[in-house]
Ligand binder design. Sequence first.
Ligand SMILES: Nc1ccn([C@@H]2O[C@H](COP(=O)(O)O)[C@@H](O)[C@H]2O)c(=O)n1
Ligand SMILES: C[C@@]1(CO)OP(=O)(O)OP(=O)(O)OC[C@H]1O
Length: 251
Amino acid sequence: MVADRSVTSAALLPFFVYEDFSAILQGRHSRERGNPATFARERLKALDVRLRRSKAEPAFAGMTIGKYAVPDSRFPIPDSRFPIPRSHPQRPHPMRIGQGYDVHAFGDGDHVMLGGVRVPHDRGVLAHSDGDVVLHALCDAMLGALALGDIGQHFPPSDERWRGADSRTFLRHCNSLIGERGYRLGNADITVVCERPKVGPHALAMREAIAADLGVEVDAISVKATTSEQLGFTGRREGIAAMAVCLLLRA
Ligand SMILES: Nc1ccn([C@@H]2O[C@H](COP(=O)(O)O)[C@@H](O)[C@H]2O)c(=O)n1
Ligand SMILES: C[C@@]1(CO)OP(=O)(O)OP(=O)(O)OC[C@H]1O
């Protein structure tokens, strides 16, 4: 699937203002970075994200575009349940590691969402959200690296807001939690376990979609797959699993 790489200018306004303000606070101004709005537009252009004029929900709300966070009104940030530590240790960790794992059972359907990509299949998955095991495992790895619990604590299955939700929303939110705490994603490595569908033909599209949402280069994201040699629940084609590890670096 090719992402709708467009975003409303209204959605970008708050971070233009923020960028301007923070540059002033840091004693830097237009000579160093140029006009903030122009700088942001150039960054968006480099990432092939187009500005569009629309009053609709911005497609990229909540995601990080390069160094910019596009606000997502659905999430109060900071989330009071997961406060940002007020004081960092004198020598904060230069890096943090996280791992995640997710499983969904197959059910009726004609596709599975994997890494934000719609992959045609003769089954769907049973899930509260869109059931994207790749993104759920990655979110858990990112949350794990921050010691912030797991995806179910941030997006409870009991919450109707997340019924049928696009898991890229979860991913962008986890990324914003990372940024707020002074880190950035260094790289992530994801393994999908299933007999079918074949993941290989879609792996690049998944890497591109994930990289776009996280504001990192595609080579920072690895997606690979294995069968389980017809053993266990994945081998019997009852479900699909994914594992992820990620490394966070101090921003
Ligand atoms: N769902 C899958 C499973 C595997 N692949 C690719 O096939 C290779 C061989 O799989 P084995 O389990 O027999 O090692 C594997 O290395 C993957 O490249 C796939 O694309 N999708
Ligand atoms: C993603 C959430 C959203 O409610 O529900 P599911 O789509 O069922 O997926 P799961 O991997 O079980 O993670 C729990 C929930 O956070």
